[in-house]
Structures are given as structure tokens and as C-alpha cells.
Write a protein that binds this ligand. Structure first.
Ligand code: FNR
Length: 342
């Protein structure tokens, strides 16, 4: 099967298998405050991930690139939305463009469309230092995402079967590349053990890519005759993953992602310890169904609503929001209790 066809299949199945909304945020409760001493007009949404300053805590997470005209049109459109709404944007894996120069245009269009924006390059953990440099240079990128996707590869009929050496390669990249490195999961969540290994290897920014949104086991199973359905419910929910990394690996800067859609999901991610959130599948669906204006309107609304929620809990900044009290219940409470969080 051609790479272009596989990428379009991913988009088609991502949209049809949908967002699971089992991200655990329903178990996370803000504590109502009757005296928040706050005002909507004084809420500031700017944040930092590591050294990187962002005017919004929301960014468009890695999706596509390579392939043909369809991916080029999507990337160009998302880059225009990112420019207009002042959001950072990650491209999909650039490995195909590193192996084949003809595939570069679908990535380079992102920088052309958004010359001054914050853009993240993207590769898998199979990448070498040289490939990491090429990916960053291709986009004049502000950071490099390295994705971990063991379950997707296992379920993918033509996927990898050998995952040895990934941490060593990530460590080499982290010590050789000048821009910040973000290691991200892709919908199965990051454990405290994996986060600890990454931080000890020199990675300071972790995108938990939790369970509860786009599900790459389901997507790849759609492409198989014999389904590995036991992986469909596999993973750490986004809420649990943020909380366990925040509690046990406090040095890490955390990005929350995996099924995030609503202003409340975003606010709860920050309150659990994230500094920013990535949204992939939901933004893609809105973009494909409602176009540029539909997605820009949605983002403006989410920013406004996030300010309302922050006002209600008495937070004037993302840093304030990271400190507000929470009560946990249900599966998320059980998970975190068994994982040692008191
Ligand atoms: C992705 N994702 C992804 N991630 C990555 O690091 N490199 C990639 O090339 C891709 N490709 C990709 C294609 C499509 C169509 C989708 C929907 C997603 C994963 C993405 O960045 C994110 O980690 C997960 O989708 C979980 O977030 P959402 O979709 O639940 O917000």
C-alpha cells in the first residue's frame, strides 16, 4: 500500500472511529469558589512550554504531511488557521519527506503559510540525529516532537515489531539538537516510569498523548482482516497520565493531549499540571466539516470560555490554574491511588 493511501486511510478512519471521550476528565472536579476575587478581563492565556513562549495554551497537534494533494491542502489550511488564531502547530511525521525529497512540499507549505508562527517538527523514535536535524531545518522549526507509537505499530499490518534502542536514540537527539525536544505519545498515555526515563535521558517536555481521544488501535484495526481488538481499550487515560507524570516527575513540563475538546477539558488538564494542550482529531474534523472559518470561530469561542472557567476558579493565569484545588473520583481516583498518588 502506498504511503499516501495509508495517510488518507488514517484520516478517514480517525474521523469515522471518532473521539472516544474516555479521557478521565469527568472524574476531575473543580472545587467551587464563592469568592474567587477575579475578573474575565484580567485573565491571561499565555503560557510557556520550557523556553518556548506561546500566546495560547492550545496548539494543533501532529497529524499529516507527505502523500499527495489532499494532505497538502489540509496542512496549508491548518497552517492558515494557526496563523490567524495565533496557535502553535505540529506537522505529522516527516520521515517520508526525509526519505523522498518529492514529499517535502506538503510540510514546507506550513512554514510558507505561517512564516512567523510557532511550528513543531515531528519524527518517530526510530530517527537518527541527522534525520532530526533535517526535520527541524525543513521547517525552521521551533521545537521537535518525537512520537512514541508502539501500539499503533503492533496493530498496523506493515508496522514495526522491534522497539529496542528508542530511549538511547531519543537521548542522543536531545543532547545534539538546538531546539526543545517534546516526546509525545499518540493516544495510549505516558506512564510515570516512561516519563522518568525520558527526563533522565535529557528530555524536559512530555506530551502525555493519553487514551480517550483518537484511537490508533481502532484506526489500524479498520485496516486489518484479523483484528487485534484487545488493544482497542489499552492505555492510560489523559487525566490519569497528566496527574501521574506531574506527581512523580515534577521536573517535566507537561503537555496534555488525547481527546481534548472542551474548555473544561483544557482547564482540567492545566489544573492537573499541564502547561499547554494539543488537540488533533477534533480540530481536524471541524476543519474538514466547517472549513477555515468554522475552526477559527471554534478556537475563539474556546479561548473565551476558558477565560470564564478560569474566572470561576479564581485563576488569572495558566500558572494560577495549575495550583487550584481539585477533587478526583471514579476510575481516575482508583488508578492514581493504586499508582501511589495520595
Ligand atoms: C495523528 N497523530 C500523529 N502524531 C504524531 O506524532 N505524528 C503523526 O504523524 C501523527 N499522525 C496523525 C494522523 C491523524 C489523522 C491523527 C488524527 C492523529 C496523533 C496526534 O498527534 C495525537 O497524539 C492523537 O491523535 C491524540 O490526540 P487527539 O486526536 O485525541 O486530540
Amino acid at each position: 500500500m502506498s504511503r499516501a493511501k495509508r495517510k488518507m486511510d488514517h484520516i478517514k478512519h480517525a474521523l469515522s472511529t471518532g473521539q472516544l471521550r474516555q479521557h478521565g476528565f469527568e472524574d476531575v472536579m473543580f472545587v467551587h469558589q464563592s469568592l474567587p476575587n477575579s475578573s474575565v478581563s484580567s485573565v491571561q492565556l499565555n503560557t510557556k512550554i520550557g523556553e518556548l513562549a506561546l500566546s495560547s495554551p492550545i496548539f494543533i497537534n501532529a497529524m499529516t504531511g507527505g502523500g499527495g494533494m489532499e494532505t497538502l491542502t489540509i496542512n496549508k489550511g491548518l497552517a492558515a488557521v494557526a496563523r490567524e488564531c495565533k496557535l502553535a502547530l505540529a506537522v505529522g511525521s516527516q520521515m517520508s519527506a526525509i526519505k523522498d525529497r518529492n514529499e517535502r512540499e506538503t510540510y514546507e507549505i506550513v512554514r510558507k503559510e505561517n512564516p512567523d508562527g510557532v511550528i513543531f517538527a515531528n519524527l518517530g523514535s526510530e530517527a537518527s540525529v541527522d534525520q532530526a536535524r533535517q526535520a527541524v531545518d525543513m521547517l525552521d522549526a521551533d521545537a521537535l516532537q518525537i512520537h512514541l507509537n508502539v501500539i499503533q505499530e503492533l496493530v498496523m499490518p506493515e508496522g514495526d515489531r522491534d522497539f529496542t534502542g528508542a530511549l538511547k536514540r531519543v537521548e542522543k537527539i536531545a543532547s545534539s539538537i538546538d531546539v526543545p525536544i517534546i516526546v509525545k505519545e499518540t493516544g495510549f498515555g505516558m506512564s510515570r516510569e516512561a516519563a522518568r526515563q525520558l527526563v533522565d535521558a535529557g528530555v524536559s517536555i512530555i506530551d502525555v498523548g493519553g487514551f480517550g481521544g483518537t484511537n490508533f488501535s481502532k484506526i489500524e484495526n479498520e485496516r486489518r482482516d484479523y483484528r487485534l481488538s484487545y488493544f482497542d481499550d489499552w492505555g492510560i487515560s489523559t487525566a490519569s497520565s497528566i496527574a501521574e507524570v506531574n506527581c512523580f516527575v515534577p521536573e517535566a513540563t507537561i503537555i496534555g493531549s488525547g481527546g481534548i475538546q472542551s474548555p473544561l477539558d483544557i482547564a482540567k488538564s492545566m489544573a492537573l499540571g499541564a502547561s499547554a494542550v494539543g488537540i488533533a482529531g477534533y480540530f481536524l474534523r471541524v476543519f474538514l466539516e466547517e472549513g477555515h472559518d468554522g475552526l477559527c470561530n471554534l478556537i475563539a469561542q474556546v479561548h473565551d470560555d476558558l477565560k470564564m472557567v478560569m474566572t470561576a476558579v479564581g485563576a488569572s493565569s495558566i500558572e494560577d490554574l495549575q495550583r487550584v484545588p481539585l477533587v478526583l473520583r471514579g476510575e481516575t481516583f482508583h488508578w492514581l491511588t493504586q499508582r501511589g498518588l495520595d
